[in-house]
Design a protein around this ligand. Structure first.
Ligand code: PGA
Length: 256
């Protein structure tokens, strides 16, 4: 994972509906992503598409990722996907702790087990943390601290080179650029996350972890967030399903 490059990570969620459409979307994104030198593009497609999409591009400017993972590599776990198996079909990244998984019952302890298993398997982990709402007493900061500290429990500093932290407030997901975090709020979160990382690890290590933003990242707000929010990239949901919008985000990021 290059520290100089900005990270633009597409979270396709349960889209597109079939492999044919997934290939079309990938190929439209590839036209731009394969030439945006200052950006590392990551496509987190549904896991069943990873292997086929991986065959469509042989460079390193686009890497594939999964959207979830299990913490065991084999055994009696019907329906689960292991880190080693995902890696073997071409996944380099995995999103862990997305709010849509947490809403289905994933606990902080589950997130922690998934993190450790994925990092041990050599995957880059895109850890998501985010509050559902903000309150005037700033209790949401306590909530975020808990999410981050428990996710990192037992994660040694040697693994941090493969970690990306995504601040993704639930109140901003699936809306529009106007509803996303402001650059001021993002700046505060950046400091807050770095502070917690510094408390757990050394300062140098803490500062080496990329912090990205997710939640209605769109062509209309990425420039400002990148210029003044001190962030290392974006986790892009709905705007990653329209190649022209996603490609615009790539171009804007590449030009900064
Ligand atoms: P959004 O989704 O860009 O559609 O808000 C982001 C995400 O849920 O990862």
């Amino acid at each position: 994972m290059s520290k100089q490059k900005k990270l633009i990570i597409a979270n396709w969620k349960l889209n597109p509906e079939n492999l044919k459409d997934a290939k079309k979307l990938f190929s439209d994104i590839k036209k731009v992503a394969s030439r945006t030198q200052k950006v590392q593009t990551v496509i987190c497609s549904p896991s069943v598409y990873i292997s086929e999409l991986n065959k469509m591009y042989s460079g390193h400017r686009i890497e594939m990722g999964a959207q979830d993972v299990f913490w065991e590599n084999k055994g009696k776990h019907t329906g689960e996907l292991s880190p080693v198996a995902l890696k073997s079909v071409g996944a380099k990244y995995v999103i862990i702790g997305h709010s849509e998984r947490r809403a289905l019952g994933e606990s902080n302890a589950d997130v922690n087990k998934k993190m450790i298993a994925a990092l041990k398997a050599g995957l880059n982990v895109v850890l998501c943390i985010g509050e559902s709402k903000r309150d005037s007493q700033a209790l949401y900061l306590k909530f975020l601290r808990e999410e981050l500290e428990s996710a990192l429990s037992g994660v040694s500093k040697n693994y941090l080179k493969n970690l990306i932290i995504t601040y993704e407030p639930l109140w901003a997901i699936g809306k529009s650029a106007d509803d996303a975090v402001s650059s001021h709020q993002m700046h505060e979160m950046y400091i807050f996350i770095r502070k917690i990382l510094t408390e757990i690890y050394t300062k140098n290590t803490a500062f080496s972890v990329p912090i990205i933003y997710g939640g209605s990242a769109e062509p209309d707000n990425v420039k400002e967030l990148l210029s003044s929010g001190e962030i290392d990239g974006f986790l892009v949901g709905h705007a990653s399903l329209k190649a022209d919008e996603f490609n615009e985000i790539l171009e804007i990021t590449n030009s900064i």
